[in-house]
Unconditional design. Structure first.
Length: 120
């Protein structure tokens, strides 16, 4: 079953994990949207540089360090995703509490591993 996913911290650099995550999400047939600092495209997914009020987001997967996440707290909560995945290096207990207070599940995991092991 496809889970519409927003990748925050998307990169055009093929060596970055966010880039690899977009590729893998597309390969696993998950509808994917992306937000990053530079306009571009990865595996047919446009990287948006403006915060768009996407509808029907199941999962937000983060590739931003905790300090950089702060400016996106309200935006992510406003999307009302079912869950937010905190990939390695993005762990943020302060944000976990805010999300959970809004009924949004948090998962400290690697999106690439979750996909590869059919746990996504």
């Amino acid at each position: 079953m496809s889970k519409k996913t927003l990748v925050i911290g998307a990169s055009l650099n093929p060596m970055r994990y966010s880039h690899m995550a977009i590729q893998k999400l597309v390969n696993y047939k998950h509808e994917t949207v992306a937000f990053g600092l530079r306009v571009g495209e990865v595996s047919g997914v446009a990287i948006d540089t403006e915060l768009i009020p996407y509808k029907g987001i199941d999962t937000v997967t983060l590739y931003l360090n905790p300090k950089r996440q702060e400016q996106y707290y309200d935006y992510i909560i406003g999307l009302k995703p079912k869950r937010v995945i905190f990939n390695p290096g993005t762990e943020n207990p302060e944000f976990y509490k805010k999300l959970e207070a809004h009924g949004i599940a948090t998962e400290v995991a690697c999106t690439l591993v979750l996909l590869s092991t059919n746990q996504y």
